[in-house]
Ligand binder design. Structure first.
Ligand code: AMP
Ligand code: MN
Ligand code: MN
Ligand code: MN
Length: 283
């Protein structure tokens, strides 16, 4: 079943978090790609969203969004919030708390890398350049490691230093995902479980996450995004129908230099009869 939706993208990143395009350039790229509905969903910040709103663009429908880092049973999950009020006080103070956690984590990661033999001076200088005034994340440290010649690529930086079980894998006490869902809903948004197949979980585990997610008030799961296999997409759409929750979709675009993604580019959803976009467009 298919509804006639405008071209959309409900998941992407700017320099406010770990993307490489400033919000204004991201918006222009979306327009160039004829995207008509766009949500900017930076990690744990609304700074880019606020910049785009200041521009008062009328060329596309802009949906304020974000991607919250949250904890579920000692795993780090991402919860996308769509259609949140960027001025919501609770959400903004929640984000200040997350930003402190992110800065603490970055400092700990760097200390561990230095202990492992990376030059303090070189690393700190390079991280400063890449994080600039963004909310810091591991990709900034990955880029710094490439710059100083410790690794050849960001992928390699994750593989050797920053990924699960590596020296720079610092566990943090992220807020629980029920808190993330509540703060998004409190700010008038839809809480969406981001990219369920990207957490290295079995489908049994994914079903268990989604069950908890729904019982905590989550309203949608992403069913299509860059890199998802057709089988997994079909499975996620089936799961959403069974659990009676909406689906969402987006590219998770970060950078034009990642040739495999672009704004507005992800597999078409198979059944969009219960799509969060319909609800967002009504609001
Ligand atoms: P953080 O939000 O600081 O935990 O960093 C997570 C981000 O790092 C994700 O949103 C991706 O943009 C990026 N990322 C995660 N894994 C990898 C990887 N293996 N290679 C490159 N980038 C990655
Ligand atoms: Mn990211
Ligand atoms: Mn994510
Ligand atoms: Mn993302």
């Amino acid at each position: 079943m298919s509804t006639l939706f405008p071209k959309y993208d409900l998941h992407c990143h700017s320099t406010a978090s770990d993307g490489s395009l400033p919000p204004e350039e991201l918006l222009q790229r979306a327009l160039d790609r004829r995207v008509e509905v766009l949500s900017l969903t930076d990690h744990d910040t609304l700074n880019g969203v606020k910049k785009i709103i200041e521009q008062k663009n009328e060329l596309l429908k802009f949906i304020p969004g974000l991607e919250l880092t949250a904890n579920w049973n000692n795993r780090m999950l991402h919860i996308v919030g769509l259609g949140v009020d960027p001025a919501d006080c609770n959400l903004n103070s929640y984000l200040r708390r997350l930003n402190e956690l992110r800065q603490k984590r970055a400092d700990k990661i760097c200390e561990r890398l230095i202990k492992a033999g990376i030059s303090r001076e070189a690393l700190c200088a390079a991280v400063k350049i890449h994080a600039a005034d963004a909310i810091i994340g591991r990709p900034h440290i990955a880029k710094a490691l490439v710059d100083i010649g410790a690794v050849n690529s960001e992928q390699a930086a994750f593989k050797q230093y920053l990924g699960a079980g590596k020296t720079g894998d610092v566990k943090m006490d992220w807020p629980g995902f029920e808190e993330a869902i509540a703060v998004i809903k409190g700010a008038g948004g839809e809480a969406v479980l981001a990219h369920p197949t990207k957490y290295k979980m079995t489908f049994t585990k994914i079903r268990s996450v989604v069950t908890d997610f729904v019982s905590e008030g989550g309203t949608a799961i992403e069913a299509s995004y860059t890199g998802i296999s057709p089988n997994h997409q079909a499975e996620l759409e089936r799961l959403a129908r069974k659990m009676d929750i909406m689906i969402s979709a987006g590219s998770d675009f970060h950078s034009p230099s990642y040739g495999w993604t672009d704004i507005g580019k992800f597999p078409p959803v198979l059944d969009d009869s219960n799509h969060v976009l319909a609800k967002l467009l009504q609001a």
